[in-house]
Write a protein that binds this ligand. Structure first.
Ligand code: GAF
Length: 399
């Protein structure tokens, strides 16, 4: 569903459920990531951007102490009172929001009752960060609605903590930062230690980026993700004992990791080897992007995939197939799995003139192999969370 249609549909639904027009409409985007995977929680750098796929929130304060959350897509609702204890419930979609709400309560924010309906056109399970969009969009919306005075950074950190405490995923900060700090036509390099970030024009000249959604989502995503984080941290602790000056992964070289292969053990060695290499690759990728050296950028993306698949082990058969199939396509400069992994999308850098045929060939090959029709997304790089100020009420029927 296109943005305007999404907004109209959420606003109409709000009108139907709450018998009045919403006072405000907000949009919170999903994200892509050019390079820098599984390094946000390992003190690395990442290169994400917000995209033109959104969660849309229609909201009004309701002059009561009741909070009514309505998920239009899931046809589900959750109601509670301001005075209720806020804890995780058996509805995952609500937990992302409740996690945000509980932190605002803890901070003593002056909250009141409100009604909200939300819906999304971010493909679910595709690794485009619909959960970060939900957390951050909800935080952003409450901040505006009740003048809470939160900074964008605070909104992102609250979103991340909600994911940790109410959804059980020990994620890094990349997705929330992308959803909040995204800027139209720009990617940004985020230093995940200091949270400093700088924007770079997303200009790929005669190349373009497309996503291929494998349409698979393996169930061990949460446990696999948390395990990788633990294994990498354990490896770092061992390396710190060898190099007392080392504080984070970014202080290490690939050679130093290789020197201690035995003490690390096979699994921790491969996790650390990937992380240190990936941190370097992001910095090289930023240089390549600035120099319009797209061959180099593509090569780095493909190297990232090899590391994610063989060393970090977060890819899967289906995504490996999609990436390997691009090896026979000289017009594709780079391809890799994107996001947390265990399914979702590959991101590809392709020559614009060959894009259509290449996509057709890849789709056919994938369908033949797995009997699944992949989806293809051509996304536009967009702004982060914002109020949709052009909303002027639900259009009369027929418009
Ligand atoms: C998921 C997480 F939420 C991010 O923090 C990041 O670690 C990503 O996986 C992998 O790069 O999207």
């Amino acid at each position: 569903m296109k943005k305007k249609k999404l907004i109209q549909s959420v606003a109409s639904n709000f009108l139907e459920v709450f018998k009045s027009e919403p006072e405000h409409v907000f949009l919170a985007p999903g994200r892509i990531n050019i390079i820098g995977e599984h390094v946000d929680y390992n003190d690395g750098y990442v290169l994400p951007a917000a995209i033109n796929k959104y969660i849309c929130f229609a909201v009004s304060a309701n002059d009561s102490n009741e909070i009514n959350l309505v998920s239009q897509d899931l046809k589900d609702a959750h109601h509670f009172r301001l005075s209720d204890e806020v804890k995780p419930i058996d509805k995952m979609w609500a937990n992302y929001m409740l996690g945000v709400f509980s932190q605002l309560k803890e901070r003593g924010s002056r909250l009141q009752g409100f009604n909200v309906v939300f819906a999304s056109n971010i493909p679910m399970g595709a690794g485009l960060s619909s959960s970060a969009a939900l957390e951050c969009g909800f935080g952003y919306m409450l901040n505006k609605l009740f003048n809470l005075g939160l900074s964008k950074k605070e909104i992102a950190l609250i979103g991340q903590k909600s994911e940790h405490t109410f959804a059980g995923v020990n994620c890094g900060i990349m997705d929330q930062y992308a959803s909040v700090f995204g800027k139209e036509d720009h990617v940004f390099k985020l230093d995940c230690t200091t949270l400093e970030h700088d924007y770079h024009t997303a200009r790929f000249d005669e190349y373009s980026v497309f996503l291929m959604d494998s349409k698979v989502k393996h169930t061990h995503l949460t446990s696999g993700y948390n395990d990788r984080r633990r294994e990498a941290t354990e490896g770092l602790e061992i390396l710190k004992t060898k190099y007392p000056e080392v504080r984070t992964f970014r202080d290490l070289t690939v050679e130093q990791v290789e020197t201690h292969k035995e003490e690390l053990g096979d699994v921790r060695f491969r996790r650390c080897h990937f992380v240190v290499g990936e941190i370097r690759r992001v910095l090289d990728a930023v240089d390549a992007l600035e120099a319009s050296d797209f061959k180099k950028l593509g090569k780095l993306m493909t190297e990232t995939h090899n590391g994610l698949s063989k060393e970090y082990e977060v890819s899967c058969e289906e995504i490996d197939f999609l990436v390997e199939a691009t090896q026979n396509e000289p017009e594709i400069l780079g391809s890799r799995m994107m996001g947390g992994g265990f399914g979702g999308c590959s991101i590809n850098l392709v020559k614009k003139s060959a894009e259509k045929e290449v996509i057709n060939r890849l789709s056919e090959a994938y369908q033949k192999e797995f009997d699944i029709e992949p989806a293809v997304y051509k996304v536009k790089i967009s702004d982060g969370c914002k109020e949709y100020k052009k909303f002027k009420g639900v259009a009369p029927a027929g418009e």
